[in-house]
Design a binder for this molecule. Structure first.
Ligand SMILES: [Zn+2]
Length: 291
């Protein structure tokens, strides 16, 4: 069984919205899941201006969840600039509200500010207090991209992992997965580096050191991180089998999704254990999200 930790779909308001954006509609997402053998999954609200042509409310995701409660696991989402762009905004009421309506986490967190911006630290503290996990995307700059700004080697991510030890961080994006290898450098860490993984990557080190860090294998970045050096990728999944999560990052229809095949191949070739396979494909998500 597969549970998808990472998708995007919008119930568009009308044709005026469709004219400027091409996100999957909920029925397209469900039919793509059916074809891939995915039972259910998380929908991440698109609330940040950085990420696309139109914004999506938490209510839009909850409406989709209410229509398909057996298949959709809703997250809620916030921007650090929510409510007066302050580092003292109290997110607790909103977090408890959306939690009471069924939201199981926060994300995709992509505010394009440094991890340690006081507004980001404020939001992360509130998410930790609400006991929800946060799924994030990493950027290398605060212009021309989306995601939390970090540096090569992910020192700012390490800082927040330390400051918020009870907050479960679910990592995703090119900058996150390129750190699987010690050869990540200024030229390739925001891309899809290929070839053998070398020792010394920041990602394995952080996974070993911080048990509140999880790895989401969705998107081209996650699949590339695992498959660029398949033996290493499978060893990574085996070692961190309690904190790796299956995901797709379905955004559009059609879209090439390789993660099901990657997981099945890893199992069929005996490169990961049955136990690790079950955890990564669905048991970890069930445990982390309480679903
Ligand atoms: Zn995404």
């Amino acid at each position: 069984m597969f549970i998808d930790i990472h998708t995007h779909t919008i119930r568009l308001y009308d044709e005026r919205q469709r004219a400027i954006c091409r996100w999957t509609d909920p029925e397209e997402l469900l039919s793509m899941w059916d074809e891939l053998g995915i039972a259910r999954g998380v929908v991440l609200p698109l609330v940040h201006h950085e990420i696309g042509e139109i914004l999506q409310t938490n209510e839009n995701v909850l409406d989709i969840y209410n229509q398909y409660p057996d298949r959709i696991i809703p997250f809620c989402n916030f921007d650090v600039r929510y409510w007066y762009n302050s580092s003292e905004t109290d997110f607790s009421k909103a977090l408890e509200h959306y939690k009471s309506l069924g939201c199981k986490g926060v994300g995709e967190y992509v505010s394009n500010v440094p991890w340690d911006d006081p507004r980001s630290l404020n939001l992360l503290g509130h998410i930790e207090a609400a006991e929800l996990p946060v799924l994030f995307h990493v950027a290398s700059a605060d212009r021309g991209m989306y995601g939390l700004v970090d540096e090569l080697g992910l020192p700012k991510l390490e800082h927040v992992l330390k400051v918020f030890p009870k907050l479960q961080f679910i990592g995703h994006s090119m900058a996150f997965w390129s750190a699987i290898s010690g050869d990540a450098n200024e030229a390739n860490w925001m891309g899809y580096p290929t070839g053998p993984v070398t020792e010394g990557g920041a990602l394995p080190r952080l996974m070993r050191q911080y048990d509140n860090l999880w790895a989401d294998i969705s998107a081209g970045s996650g699949n590339n991180g695992i498959t660029r050096d398949f033996d290493f990728g499978c060893k990574f999944m085996e070692e961190f089998q309690d904190r790796v999560l299956f995901g797709t990052d379905i955004c559009q229809c059609p879209q090439k999704v390789e993660q099901v095949e990657t997981m099945n191949r890893a199992l069929a070739e005996g490169k990961i254990s049955q136990e690790a396979y079950e955890k990564i494909t669905h048991l970890n998500a069930e445990k982390l999200l309480g679903v």
